[in-house]
Design a protein around this ligand. Structure first.
Ligand SMILES: Nc1ncnc2c1ncn2[C@@H]1O[C@H](COP(=O)(O)OP(=O)(O)O)[C@@H](O)[C@H]1O
Ligand SMILES: [Mg+2]
Length: 310
């Protein structure tokens, strides 16, 4: 668990507060997305958790320990950190990059090797192909996966990610986000994710903290942020298409009726999200779709009214 209590950061004594009396609890094993306009204090908030920045006031507890009382280098070995542009070591192979923290921790070579292969598998890369390569020989998306693998190497309970997928093209980004979500289902971590992309916050966050001028203006589930914005700032930030964005939080199974649609009705997968289902309806010029499972068997129907009622 991460617990920030009344944390303030002034970079200059008596100067403005970049983070202003901020309190935030990230429960064990959950992901919190920090989002807000550029300069609102997201990165500063995150970097105080692993003490790359020291708070001016307030308290930060990570897994029961006050971070200001722990040696910062030791602290960072137990907190994975992923940033945009990854920061892989260019003169080290992928294997050496991933093994950096295990090496610092004095792991035996066989253990490190086994762990490296396991991690490459976890992030969907082929060990045989990757281990001897250098970062420059990888695509942006592959480098980002290595960044995630490296951050997970010593199995830290906490993971901090600062716009990790920001530099990747939109299609690859969506895929990486989905894969990262699946990884988190397998390795439970307490995650703080900084992003300026609301779709990313919705896709990955169990909770979203919306920040403005160093403060959190709303801290809630994605559904609550989209359906009940706390004020005009949040409402404006989440945008006029928030009702549509919210549909991506639900799947067809949440709105399906057990009924037998007319044959020839366009189909949608049971596992599709409702935003995609609505898009299919528009494309099919119909207000009902037949719902099918993985084998193609019809399970029921989903109507436009049912989608809007979710
Ligand atoms: N090292 C620093 N020295 C002085 N001011 C800083 C420093 N880092 C960030 N700031 C200021 O703190 C505020 C918050 O910055 P930051 O946390 O990077 O915002 P975000 O990540 O939300 O874009 C900004 O006004 C920024 O200019
Ligand atoms: Mg930032």
């Amino acid at each position: 668990m991460i617990n920030m209590e009344h944390v303030t950061k002034r970079f200059v004594a008596d100067g403005p507060a970049s983070v202003d009396d901020l309190s935030l609890v990230v429960p064990e094993g959950t992901t919190t997305a920090l989002i807000g306009p550029s300069g609102c204090g997201k990165t500063t908030t995150m970097r105080m958790i692993n003490r790359l920045i020291d708070p001016s006031e307030g308290k930060i507890i990570v897994n029961g320990e006050d971070v200001t009382k722990v040696d910062p280098v030791e602290l960072r070995r137990h907190i994975g950190y992923v940033i945009q542009q990854v920061g892989l070591f260019p003169h080290m192979t992928i294997a050496q990059n991933i093994a950096a923290v295990p090496k610092l921790l004095g792991w035996a070579e066989t253990r490190t090797k086994k762990r490296t292969e396991e991690l490459l598998d976890l992030v969907g890369l082929d060990a045989g192909e990757m281990l001897k390569r250098y970062p420059r020989q990888l695509s942006g998306g592959q480098r980002q996966r290595i960044g995630v693998a490296r951050a997970l190497a010593a199995d830290p309970p906490v993971l901090l990610m600062d716009e990790p997928f920001g530099a990747i093209d939109p299609i690859a980004r969506t895929r990486l986000q989905d894969e990262f979500r699946q990884i988190l289902q397998r390795v439970r971590k307490t995650v703080v994710l900084v992003t300026h992309d609301l779709d990313e916050a919705i896709r990955l966050g169990d909770r979203i903290a919306i920040m403005k001028s160093g403060k959190i203006v709303q801290y809630d589930t994605p559904d609550a942020v989209l359906s009940r914005p706390a004020d005009a700032f949040v409402e404006n930030f989440v945008g006029i298409d928030r009702a549509i964005k919210r549909l991506s939080l639900f799947t067809v199974s949440d709105a399906m009726n057990v009924a037998s649609p007319r044959s020839g009705t366009s189909t949608v997968a049971l596992t599709s999200n409702l935003r995609d289902a609505l898009a299919l309806m528009v494309a099919a010029n119909s207000d009902v779709l037949a719902v099918v499972d993985e084998s193609g068997a019809v399970k029921g129907e989903v109507t436009r009214d049912a989608i809007f009622a979710v």
